[in-house]
Structures are given as C-alpha cells and as structure tokens.
Write a protein that binds this ligand. Structure first.
Ligand SMILES: Cc1cc2nc3c(=O)[nH]c(=O)nc-3n(C[C@H](O)[C@H](O)[C@H](O)COP(=O)(O)OP(=O)(O)OC[C@H]3O[C@@H](n4cnc5c(N)ncnc54)[C@H](O)[C@@H]3O)c2cc1C
Length: 492
C-alpha cells in the first residue's frame, strides 16, 4: 500500500468492479488458473450479491434453452431456429462443469445450498401456439443436448406435469414440453461461496463499501480508479461487472467503444407464495409465451424456487419502466446516462419501440387484481390472499448503433472491450448468470490470457471445464460423461 496526499494507492493486476456472479466468477477462474496473479474486487455495497445476483432478484432458472420459447423463434420460412437454445445450453454446461470442479476441490463449495433439480416445462394454449410448440419439439428432440425433451398435448399428462393448471376443466387446446433435468439455481449463494474461497487465497481482496466514482486511463495503459473516501486503485486490467451501473462506468472510462451504447432500464417484480399446501403442488418451472407487444423479459413463468432450504413459488416477472439502473441506484441514473453521442440512438430507439415503452409505463399502474389475472392463466384457482408482491432486480437493456439496421434495442448480454483489451465491461442481463462461466472465459481469452503461457492456461481451463473448445453436439460421448459427472457431483 502506497500513501500519497490522503489518497491510498493500491496496485493490482486485475480490478473487478462489482461483486455479483460475473465479477466473482472472473476472479475465481483467474485465481484457479494463475494463483500468483493479484486480483481485487471493489463493491459499492456492504456485501456481495445484493443486486441482480441475489436469489430473490432473479428467477433462478438455470437457463439451458429447455423451456424459454424466446430462444427458439419461428422464422419467416416457417422453420424453428434452435441456434440460440443450443448455444445457451452448451454455455450452461460450462457453468455446471466449473461448479462441479469447485465442489470436488473445496469443502467451502456446497452445491446442495445453491442448485436443485427442477424440471423445465413450456406451456402454451391455442391452435397456433400448440402447432409452434410441436414444431419446436421436433426441431430439438434429435439434438443430443435436448434428447430427453418430452411433448404432450394430452390434458391428463399436462395436468400431471402441472397440477395447479387443472387443465381437465378447460376446453382450450393445450400443449407442453418437459425436460426432467432442468435446474433451479441460487446465483447469490454461488457468488458468496466463490468469494469465501477467494478470501482464503493470497493476492486477493474484496473491498466492500468501496464505490467506483471515476476511471481514467494513463498513457501507458494503466487504469486509475477513483473510489469514495478519496481512495484510488491502479490496475493493469479492469473488468466492469457492475450490473445496471456498467454503462455509466464505461462512460466514465471514456473509451471510444462505449459511444455506440445507451441503456433502457426495466424494473421487475414477482408474486410470491409461501403457502406450503400450494407450494407442494408445484414442483417445476413453467414458462409461457410473452403477450404480443411485451418484451421478452416479461415472459410469464411460474417457478418452484428453493432458497436457503425453503420452497416457495414465484410468478412473474412483471416488467415496468424505471429511471434507476440498480435497486440501490438513483432516480437520476437514466437521465445522467444520456450523452451527446448516444442521444440519437436513444431518440430513434424510443421512436421504434414506442409501443413497448407505453406497455412498460402502463405496467407501473397494474393492480394486484391485474397481476392475479395473469397468474390465473397458469393457476386458475389462485387466491390473491396467498400471493404478495416482491421486488426483483433491474435490467438495463442495451440500445446500440448498428450499421445494418440503425439504432436498436437488444435483449441479450454483451461484453464490450477497449481497443487495447485492457478494459472489459458486461452490459445487458440475459441469459446472464447461467452462462457466467462461458462469458468470463471469453474475457480471459480476449484480454488476459498470458501469451507466453497460452498452452498452460488453456490446459488449466480444460482441466476445470472438459468441454472447453469442444462442440458437445458433435461429441455425444463426452456430453454423456460430463452430464453424468455433473449430476453426481452437484446432486441434480
Ligand atoms: C428479474 C430478473 C430475472 C432474471 N432471471 C434470471 C434467471 O432466471 N437466470 C439467469 O441466469 N439470469 C437471470 N437474470 C440475470 C442475472 O440476474 C444477471 O445476469 C446477473 O445477476 C448479473 O450479474 P452481475 O454480476 O453482472 O451483476 P449484479 O449482480 O447486479 O452485481 C453488480 C454489482 O456491482 C456493484 N456496483 C455497481 N456499481 C458499482 C460501483 N460504481 N462501484 C462498485 N461496485 C458497484 C453492485 O453493488 C453489485 O453488487 C435475471 C435478472 C433479472 C433482473
């Protein structure tokens, strides 16, 4: 530690801003590959994983493309595009392998506290949607990653899969698919366990209550990071994993690459039920179809969640507009992210997505009765007394310039890299936490891999993640081995 004019200076190899699942995963993988590397995390709040990564602030779905219908769009040529579902499934397999590796290596890493097998179901009604789901099932079932998927349009079978639905009473046409090996994941618990392991290592420190206020690059490529309390840290590489705040910090870093981006904040809320007799009747995650005009993050789903050993039901998310970029953020977040360079992007996207914007504003005025009406599509007998409203996390969707279609709104996750590859920042939120390991390996490959030790680093990654660099669709034998190993180690 160097002291200078009341400013404390630390020098580090890698500084991670934010102790959610992304920041903790990057720090963890790096320290497994190269223990001598100095890696530090700064966190504005007083503990890790209090924003989007917290168990109640996200849906805890181990996204694997099994039930999320927005990952398998119907194309204009009437074919189902399964590319995104395949990519996400393979990405989630990487997370499972890394968690298995850690569970074998560390007693501090306890999968029974963060992952449970919860089957994933897609449910639709109406002839058009039933035809779509059948087509989707046929497109997925021969892919080795999805070979256990089941389809049914039989009321009795669907009623057994989703007892709360009571489809026996309905005259509507229903169809559902089910994948038995789906999961419910407590990403907040994983984050805290990763940090506990990191704290046992040399050359690592987590600084809580340390908020990054400014970021400046020196001519030699070193970053100077200003924190509250007149502190400063210098870093060779900086990873901005600050959830909704990433865009604002990226703007402070003033790298050219950030000029293409603006942020569109979306608030989330859940209906929660803790009545044990109702919870006992629902043992799955059931995903429906988003209403026309609503954003993909408002796809309704009724989920069994297992949080700190307690089983609860979560329904939602109810998406609405907010001005804040984080739960702990400020109502000026959105306004202060508007810059001269992103004004045109914002303006054009608002014009293009006007109906979505109106939809989100209207959602701010939704009553408990209105929310219950949405839930009743999944659980017709739902009683409003059994359900209460809880806040979820805030997602800041990306608005970006694109050469092809002009400025547009994106719903995925994107990693932005500086030209010198000495800074990376993660924007967006979906599928997010589930593919955190894949995303962080991408950051390591692009910015941090030690050129002289490339082979050593890659073989270290392969030891932790046997499918690294291998297409699992083309290697069903490896897939079978990995899945059986993960299921045994993680108890899923
Ligand atoms: C409603 C909802 C449902 C979701 N459902 C799922 C799901 O089912 N499955 C899934 O895989 N993903 C889901 N996600 C996405 C997932 O939650 C996120 O991708 C993931 O949690 C992001 O992790 P993170 O580490 O990037 O951000 P966060 O967990 O938000 O962490 C960011 C951290 O940075 C800190 N920070 C911010 N600014 C500063 C600063 N200036 N200085 C220092 N620290 C700072 C914050 O305090 C916070 O601790 C969902 C998200 C939402 C909102």
């Amino acid at each position: 530690m160097i002291k200078s004019k009341n400013i404390l200076l630390y020098e580090t190899d890698v500084l991670v801003v934010g102790s959610g699942i992304m920041g903790a995963t990057l720090a963890s993988i790096l320290k497994e590959i190269e223990p001598s590397l100095r890696v530090d995390i700064v966190e504005a709040l007083n503990a890790p994983a209090l924003e989007s990564s917290h168990a109640y602030n996200n849906a805890g779905t181990g996204h694997a493309g099994y039930c999320e219908l927005n990952y398998t769009p119907l194309l204009a040529n009437n074919r189902i595009d399964i590319k995104k579902a395949v990519q996400i499934n393979a990405g989630f397999e990487m997370s499972l392998q890394y968690w298995s590796f850690l569970a074998k290596k560390y007693r501090l890493f306890s999968p029974e506290k963060f992952i449970n097998r919860v089957p994933h179901i897609s449910l639709v009604n109406g002839s058009k949607n039933v035809a779509y789901l059948k087509k989707r099932y046929l497109a997925l079932k021969d892919n080795p990653l999805f070979k256990t998927i089941e389809f049914s349009s039989n009321f009795r079978t669907i009623g057994k899969w989703i007892p709360l639905l009571g489809v026996k009473r309905s005259s509507k046409k229903y169809a559902a698919t089910k994948v038995e090996c789906g999961t419910d994941v407590n990403f907040g618990e994983i984050t805290c366990q990763l940090i506990s392991i990191l704290k046992t290592k040399r050359n690592f420190h987590l600084y809580t209550n340390h908020k990054v206020l400014d970021i400046n690059e020196h001519k030699d490529g070193l970053w100077s990071i200003k924190l509250n309390g007149h502190k400063e840290i210098r870093a060779k590489f900086i990873f901005i994993a600050s959830g909704g705040h990433s865009l604002k910090l990226l703007q402070k870093a003033k790298i050219y690459e950030q000029t293409s981006y603006a942020g569109f904040p979306v608030n989330g809320q859940w209906l929660i039920c803790k009545n044990p007799s109702i919870v006992a009747m629902h043992q799955t995650k059931v995903y429906g179809k988003a209403k026309i005009g609503s954003p993909p993050m408002s796809i309704p789903h009724l989920d069994l969640r297992i949080i700190n050993g307690e089983k609860i039901l979560m329904f939602g998310p109810f998406a609405s507009f907010t001005f804040k970029f984080l739960i702990s953020g400020s109502f000026f977040d959105f306004i202060s992210s508007v810059r001269f360079h992103n004004l045109k992007t914002l303006y054009i996207v608002f014009l293009k997505e006007w109906s979505l914007f109106i939809y989100l504003i209207k959602q701010n005025f939704k009553t408990h009765k209105g929310r219950m009406a949405d839930l009743k599509l999944f659980y017709p007998e739902a009683n409003s007394k059994d359900w209460y409203l809880e806040n979820a996390g805030i997602r800041v969707q990306i608005m970006k310039k694109s050469k092809k279609d002009g400025p547009r709104l994106e719903f995925g996750t994107e990693i932005i890299f500086s030209k010198r590859n000495n800074l990376a920042a993660l924007l967006g939120a979906s599928p997010g936490a589930s593919i955190s390991v894949k995303s962080m390996i991408e950051v390591i490959e692009k910015c941090l891999i030690n050129k002289k030790k490339k082979g050593v680093w890659e073989s270290a990654i392969r030891k932790m993640i046997p499918s690294y660099g291998i297409d699992l669709v083309k290697n069903p034998t490896l897939l079978k081995k990995i899945r059986s190993d993960n299921q045994k180690t993680l108890g899923i």
